[in-house]
Design a binder for this molecule. Structure first.
Ligand code: GCU
Length: 603
């Protein structure tokens, strides 16, 4: 008992420490007054981090964050950002400088810009994501530190900015560590750098930092009415602020006043027949205006319900089969981190060509453009944090890191109608410590957002004589029981037809991964590894096998497109690509694409 208490105490301290140095993130940033710092940034590769640690030797002079220049001819300054090369930000460094293709370490980035802050306004410095560990400086002074490669963060830099020329310097380090989230092993490329937008955001001293607007599913649907619920959160605990919620198309115009915790909430009944629900067939979103003290935040919000009933997933009260596909956040052509509506539109259009109504954005929160483009296109989303494989389950800092990434993923996308599942893990080995870690994450996710389903990708404990059994203690903490299986690829090749399944949980089941590899253009017998025919046959046999699983609610086969991975080194076939894509890394369809497309057409 004492040990547990000690761990719990450490955990609490850990959470305090890791989260304390970061501010809650501001939501819906593109609707705010922004000044983009995207563009060409100078960069210095600092393998031994001399620009960070050596300044202790000479605390007044050293440190790349000072952007120091020689004052006298004899001055020695051994770096100069202005003489350094530049790269496009946002963008990973691996695909912009051949010297950095495999690089894992520190790169310093610098951007100088003219800025004229308006008095009596605050200025936030926002990053859509930096992989993995970022120290941010403005005009030589520390703005803040953030860890986590796929979630947004911002710092209030009002006091650090000058009127006129300013300099932002960021130390980015993508080295992997066992105590990180993800850990030091994962099957995707460790793209480093400032991989998403960098913005200055001008806000009033008191502003609406975040909000939720959705159908309250806890309230029994009164005959013919939905209950719509709106919560607004100021950036500070301030009472008496008047917030206006307007949805012009629905003739909704409500005023609400914040209480002393800086929050305001409102619930109202709305006639069901006047509300077009969001769905894949009709991805209806409404213009929403949220005003405070003369400033208006505009968003596009869809309304829908998502719930489970036994083994069914119900969207807007009707059972839906999730015809999905898994996707990594890589550009459709040539690889590298994707971060645009155009990239997302191409990948999601390929998913639509497959007949998908659902995508699993693996294995980390994708950029906001992708989630919003999927919402516009009518594609449901499974969004997940990279609690992947062998996480340091008993390390309090690891837990607070995962806790923070989960919070920031939910806070950023909690108003996206198409996001229906938050996933807290992928293929994590069973243990009491893992169950403790994940059950806390599941409870935390539910405490932040009880309007969506919680899941995680489990592993099948395959039994003997072709009987596959799913047994995972986490079944009681999730709404949807999902698991990955690689029959036909990693095991039981050609035995898919003999397989039977035992999934003893009265909850919806999603097969969150199945599939196999093929090199595009390589043809041969269907038992010849890496041929398109092998992959085609594997999909045919798996789809037939899956059809025998009663009560299946959906699948997200692995994976839409070949993607880079340092673990896939087979020369001439993989060449540092995971070849399980239905599309090649050049966007060419493999034969298995047509098998899955036909299978989905029959669903
Ligand atoms: C695992 C894992 C994926 C990985 C895939 C594979 O299940 O979840 O991230 O890429 O299998 O082996 O290709």
């Amino acid at each position: 008992m004492k040990k547990t208490m000690a761990i719990m105490l450490l955990w609490c301290l850990g959470i305090g420490a890791a989260i304390a140095d970061e501010v809650p993130q501001v939501a819906n940033v593109l609707a705010r007054q922004t000044f983009s710092l995207n563009g060409q940034w100078n960069y210095i590769i600092d393998v031994q981090e001399e620009g960070y640690y050596d300044y202790r030797m000479n605390p007044t002079q050293w440190g790349f964050f000072r952007n120091a220049k020689p004052q006298k001819p004899e001055d020695l300054i051994e770096y100069d950002f202005d003489k350094a090369p530049t790269m496009q930000i946002p963008g990973d460094w691996n695909t912009q400088d051949a010297r950095l293709f495999f690089y894992e370490g520190t790169v310093w980035f610098k951007r100088t810009f003219d800025y004229h802050p308006t008095n009596n306004r605050r200025t936030l410095l926002y990053f859509g994501a930096v992989n993995y560990d970022a120290h941010v400086y403005v005009n030589g002074r520390k703005a803040g530190h953030h860890i986590g490669g796929f979630t947004p963060f911002n710092f209030d830099v009002t006091e650090l900015l000058k009127d006129g020329e300013n300099t932002v310097i960021v130390k980015v380090d993508n080295k992997r560590h066992a105590e990180d989230v993800p850990t030091q092993i994962f099957d995707w490329w460790n793209y480093g750098g400032i991989t998403r937008d960098v913005l200055l955001i001008s806000v009033a001293p008191t502003y609406v930092e975040n909000y939720t607007l959705n159908i309250n599913q806890d309230v029994r649907k009164k005959k013919g009415f939905y209950t719509i619920r709106f919560n607004a959160f100021l950036n500070k605990k301030e009472a008496g602020q008047i917030i206006t919620l307007s949805i012009p198309e629905l003739k909704v115009n409500e005023q609400l006043k914040t209480s002393d915790n800086g929050r305001a909430s409102l619930s109202f009944a709305f006639p069901a027949k006047r509300l077009q629900l969001w769905s894949p067939d009709n991805p209806k979103r409404y213009r929403v205006e949220i005003s405070l003290n003369g400033e208006t935040l505009v968003d596009s919000i869809g309304f829908r319900t998502i719930e489970t009933r036994g083994k069914q997933i119900l969207l807007n009260g009707k059972p839906i089969f999730l015809k999905g596909i898994s996707i990594h956040e890589e550009k459709p052509y040539g690889g590298g981190r994707a971060n645009s509506t155009a990239d997302a539109h191409t990948l999601l259009s390929w998913a639509k060509e497959l007949g998908c109504n659902f995508v699993r954005l693996a294995h980390y929160p994708h950029n906001e453009y992708a989630v919003r483009e999927a919402e516009r296109m009518g594609i449901l989303v499974w969004s997940e944090i990279p609690v992947y494989w062998t996480i340091a389950w008993t390390n309090p800092q690891t837990y607070s890191n995962a806790h923070r990434q989960l919070t920031d993923m939910i806070r950023r996308d909690q108003n996206r109608a198409n996001v229906i599942i938050w996933s807290i893990a992928n293929e994590t080995p069973h243990s009491a410590e893992r169950d403790q870690f994940l059950s806390r994450l599941a409870q935390h996710a539910r405490s932040l957002d009880n309007t969506r389903l919680i899941s995680m990708a489990m592993e099948v404990t395959s039994a003997s004589n072709y009987k596959n059994r799913l047994q995972d203690n986490m079944h009681e903490y999730v709404d949807v029981v999902s698991f990955n299986q690689y029959i036909g690829w990693y095991r039981d090749v050609n035995d898919a037809p003999k397989m039977t399944w035992e999934i003893p949980y009265d909850k919806p089941v999603i097969i969150s991964e199945f599939g196999g590899g093929a090199k595009y253009g390589l043809h041969g017998a269907k038992n010849q590894r890496w041929t398109e025919e092998f992959q085609e046959n594997l999909y045919r046999e798996n789809c037939a096998m899956i059809d025998k699983i009663e009560g299946l609610a959906g699948t997200t086969p692995w994976i839409l497109k070949d993607f880079r991975s340092p673990r896939r080194v087979l020369n001439g076939i993989q060449d540092y690509y995971n070849r399980k894509g239905l599309f090649s890394d050049n966007g060419e369809k493999k034969k298995a694409f047509y098998v899955l497309k036909e299978w989905y057409e029959g669903k």
